[in-house]
Write a protein that binds this ligand. Structure first.
Ligand code: DAK
Length: 260
């Protein structure tokens, strides 16, 4: 499988995905969206040797400076709606990924780029990163879930201000608001994300997947998250991994999880 505009690097079961259009500040065009869709729809879920994914942007300036304005500027209402739906589908694939996905935000994360970072399970920001949803500057509103996920992360009052004013915020402010998990020296975002994913890769893979699903359930309208947790807990109790995890604790050794 080939992925236009993405560079993949798999090491120690951690897949680093670099959006690779540095001259356009990694703006997300249709080819990139299609690649992300196939990556998270097929490649990652079908690959047994991936325990976590890091998403980042090429170069020192941008994670992704938005959807590609040059490409969508001439879109009709019909085309815009179709692309928006495809973006939603893609970003949901990331949010629902069975393995954790961390955005290593190495610069501008604007518009569709900020929405992409928000679809990931965590965000590590370089100290010079900038976040924002400046769509209203273009006479648009966010089209890839930004009006929803920004509210989920930082609350309605601040989210509506950023969405209406198009103001950008720096990494420190994003951290203060709860949008990013850690701020690190620029250039070390991927390293920090990798450190977190390696730690998670030592945990039971079924438990990791169920935590992601249960947290997502909180934000899924027709799902009772508490009920989902009860069901998932019961399921986890019946796994070999749980037996191994508790046995290893009692025997004072590290567990060997198999994902069964
Ligand atoms: N799209 C295409 N090209 C972009 C781009 C973008 N979003 N952002 C930057 N570039 C290109 C610039 O055009 C420039 O290309 P050349 O002129 O060299 O060919 C190159 O990247 C370098 O950019 P600058 O020269 O502007 O670099 P600066 O350091 O001076 O400024 C900046 C950096 C990030 C402040 C500036 O580039 C900027 O304001 N960029 C645009 C930010 C922005 O407004 N992003 C879009 C947000 S709106 C949709 C669904 C979703 C969306 C839209 C439609 N449908 C379903 C239809 C989402 C929309 C958005 O994301």
């Amino acid at each position: 499988m080939t992925f236009d505009n993405l560079h993949l690097d798999l090491q120690d079961q951690i897949l680093t995905v670099t959006m690779d259009r540095e001259s356009a500040l990694n703006a997300i065009n249709m080819a990139t969206m299609d690649s992300l869709h196939r990556l998270f729809g097929h490649y990652v879920p079908d690959h047994d040797g991936i325990s976590g994914v890091i998403l980042t942007g090429a170069g020192p300036k941008a994670f992704a400076a938005g959807a590609d304005i040059k490409e969508f500027a001439s879109f009709s209402a019909q085309e815009g709606k179709r692309l928006s739906a495809k973006g939603h589908e893609t970003y949901f694939l990331i949010e629902k990924s069975r393995v954790p996905v961390i955005a290593a935000v190495n610069g501008y994360a604007l518009g569709g780029g900020c929405e992409l970072a928000m679809a990931c399970h965590m965000r590590i920001a370089g100290e010079h990163a900038k976040f924002g949803q400046p769509e209203v500057n273009l006479g648009l509103l966010p089209g890839y879930g930004g009006t929803q996920r920004l509210v989920q992360y930082i609350g309605k009052a601040k989210a509506i201000e950023l969405l209406l004013t198009a103001d950008l915020i720096n990494a420190q402010e994003a951290h203060r608001l709860g949008l990013v998990n850690h701020v690190v020296p620029s250039g070390t975002e991927v390293e920090k994300a990798r450190e977190i994913l390696l730690k998670i890769s030592e945990k039971g893979p079924i438990a990791v997947r169920k935590v992601i699903e249960a947290v997502n359930a909180y934000f899924t309208e027709d799902t009772d998250g508490f009920h989902f947790e009860v069901e998932s807990f019961g399921y986890a109790c019946g796994t070999d991994d749980f037996r191994e995890g508790s046995k290893a604790f009692l025997e004072k050794r590290k567990p060997h999880f198999t994902g069964h």
